[in-house]
Write a protein that binds this ligand. Structure first.
Ligand code: WTA
Length: 635
């Protein structure tokens, strides 16, 4: 019998040891006993971090939707698979059973086929958090098309870059989306983005807001009439274990976003296994992750992980502040949520509001509360623990990444004792290492370094779409035979890990990864701007906010500075999205640079954080005099 469900600490250590001593044997047992395969693998694992290449369950044939849907039909057909809570609290929640979800996925899969989508084709999904979003992912997987979900808060420009990078032939979108008291015209954004996307043949439009839209003849079709006439059943496409399941874009420190490619079998096994254990999910539980499916957290822990376990997973369309700041807790009470998973930025935003908003609801159904996306600060941890967990539901601080596919370091609730701000112990099968700046592994405890992983796990991303070299350079070149995460971490006296944050130029704002380069590019395109540099600075709700140092061209000097700031933010909003807007913009005469021309972000970061007591050695700079000027005029 495999150790699918870990229930106490001794067992964790014992299973962990087993998973590290014999990873192949361990994962083979899990895969064999808990999933449906149409054909078993020839080899459990082959890997080479130098190439880099990782393959799990090679030779196996399966379809992930058979594991997420079909196999539950006999035992859980009438159980709620997706519980949809609309933006408007007065609109009725929808309970979509496994039977119904199966049918809806098959119908949509048939529509995709009828519009010429084939196995291996890429389909871009740009939808709000409505059931059709989850159905679209599964419909693609049903026929072997590769989905590429783009978060529906991204701009037209960001959307078209992503569509073109992976050459999507279809876009699934909606007329609009509801967010709090706002209605957003999504179709307008799609139309604008598609002006630069010659490869898109079909756009399927889901009706949600009843907003008037323009439908382009020969390209755009309403989704629902097609679903109504589609067949309600469809045999799933037979997929290889290593066939791509999806592409999901994430920001890097330089250049365009990276299309991380996840494949089928390993991703399924790992997301399902982590879901079961990290949330201690039991058959009757109602689980809610507040993330958007546009991010990896939604892919792995709203859709695939929960459904592979036959769970009830909540999808919430709205925002935590609408109609008031009690909405999350009202939903917890209403649906008797057992596991609740959110981000530190949401916790901090809610902690600023009156306690009444959380106190007035019955949260006694909660058993586990989770955090993901960025380090959770101590104050937020305690607020969450006291007011939401009410000191009885353990907090799981789960560290992982788009690239890792699933949770990597986390307490197992009721198993691992928690410590505020610590992600604690590696999950089963995960072998972390801390590295020093000279490329040596730092052994022992009470140390800190750069976080790497020594051995492949089943859901590691296999490549960057269209750019394997970049995959190698980004993750496998910093340290030999190691996957480099880009994060710093410390290991305390008992071996618990605490993630200290990014060590590269990625800045996490409200849980969203933002690369500095695309934002700087966007600012630099403004006709009055000569050059710019972006850094993060601490913000009590967002975790980090963006501080921009901007050098103006001569023509900019006479302009009204407040208007210029607005224009710069407008430009960023259009090209990337509102999440990348700058909180502060300082116009500067120059940027501190090394003699090789590199911007010294370290200094800019310190000034932005008002921490100028020790700027370090500035004498090697090309232009040390600008530092004083920047400091004198800092915001
Ligand atoms: C950060 C989100 C501290 C980290 C699943 C990582 C965290 C990046 C945590 C990945 C955590 C995520 N504690 N930091 N519990 N979880 N991070 O790709 O810097 O959106 O590298 O994946 O978020 O963000 P991504």
């Amino acid at each position: 019998m495999s150790n699918y469900h870990i229930k106490h600490l001794e067992e964790y250590f014992q299973v962990y040891r087993k998973s590290v001593r014999n990873p192949e044997g361990f994962w083979e047992e899990i895969a064999e006993e808990h999933f449906n395969w149409r054909k078993k693998w020839n080899k459990v694992l082959s890997w080479d971090f130098d190439k880099p290449e990782v393959k799990w369950f090679e030779g196996a044939k399966l379809n992930i939707t058979e594991n997420c849907l079909d196999r539950h039909i006999p035992t859980r057909g009438n159980k709620t698979a997706i519980l949809f809570e609309p933006n408007n609290p007065n609109e009725e929640a929808q309970h979509i059973t496994y039977n119904e979800l199966h049918e809806r996925v098959c119908r949509m899969a048939n529509v995709l086929l009828s519009k010429g989508v084939k196995k291996g084709d890429r389909v871009c999904i740009y939808l709000p958090m409505i059931p059709e979003l989850a159905v679209s992912l599964l419909a693609c997987a049903r026929i072997g098309a590769i989905h590429s979900v783009v978060f529906a808060g991204f701009s037209a420009n960001a959307l078209s870059t992503r569509i073109n990078d992976s050459d999507c032939k279809m876009v699934i979108c909606s007329d609009g989306s509801f967010r709090g008291n706002k209605t957003i015209d999504l179709k307008v954004i799609v139309d604008k983005g598609l002006e630069d996307c010659p490869g898109v043949e079909t756009v399927l439009v889901v009706k949600r807001t009843n907003t008037e839209v323009t439908m382009k003849e020969g390209r755009d079709l309403w989704m629902h009439p097609l679903l109504d006439v589609a067949e309600s059943n469809l045999e799933a496409e037979l997929m290889d274990a290593e066939d791509p399941l999806f592409i999901l874009y994430t920001s890097g420190s330089t250049g365009q976003p990276k299309g991380m490619v996840h494949t089928t079998a390993g991703y399924m096994v790992y997301t399902a296994y982590t879901f079961k254990n990290a949330f201690q999910y039991k058959e009757e539980d109602v689980y809610w992750c507040t993330a958007d499916i546009g991010w990896i957290t939604g892919h792995s822990y709203i859709v695939y992980g929960p459904l592979a376990n036959g769970a009830t997973t909540v999808m919430f369309e709205g925002v935590p502040s609408y109609p008031d700041y009690g909405r999350f807790w009202q939903i917890v009470e209403k649906h008797k949520i057992n596991q609740f998973y959110t981000a530190p930025t949401a916790i901090r935003a809610l902690a600023k509001e009156k306690l009444e908003f959380v106190e007035k609801y019955d949260l006694s159904s909660l058993k586990v509360i989770g955090s993901v996306g960025e380090p959770i600060n101590e104050e937020a941890w305690h607020w969450y623990n006291n007011n939401v967990g009410r000191k009885k539901s353990p907090i799981i601080d789960t560290w992982w990444q788009t690239e890792t596919g699933g949770i990597m370091i986390t307490p197992i609730p009721y198993v691992t004792p928690t410590t505020p701000t610590y992600a604690t112990l590696p999950f089963i099968g995960i072998q972390p290492a801390l590295m020093d700046e000279n490329g040596k592994e730092i052994e022992g405890n009470q140390v800190d370094g750069r976080l790497c992983i020594k051995f492949p796990w089943p859901s590691i991303a296999r490549t960057i779409w269209g750019n394997h070299q970049r995959y190698k350079d980004t993750y496998f070149s910093a340290y030999k035979n190691m996957y480099f995460t880009g994060d710093g971490a410390l290991r305390d006296a008992v071996g618990y890990y605490r993630i200290t944050g990014r060590v590269d130029d990625v800045i996490i704002v409200s849980g969203h990864n933002l690369g500095t380069a695309p934002i700087e590019d966007s600012i630099n395109e403004h006709p009055a701007v000569a050059e710019s540099a972006i850094v993060g600075f601490p913000h009590d709700v967002k975790g980090n906010a963006l501080y921009g140092y901007v050098i103006l061209k001569e023509m900019g000097e006479d302009r009204n500075k407040e208007n210029l700031k607005k224009e710069i933010n407008q430009q960023i909003t259009e090209q990337i999205g509102p999440i990348a807007k700058l909180d502060k913009i300082q116009f500067v005469p120059g940027l501190p640079k090394t003699r090789s021309g590199k911007i010294m972000r370290r200094i800019l970061r310190k000034i932005a954080s008002k921490d100028t007591s020790n700027l370090g050695d500035t004498s090697t700079l090309l232009n040390p005099e600008v530092v004083q000027d920047i400091m004198d005029n800092a915001l």
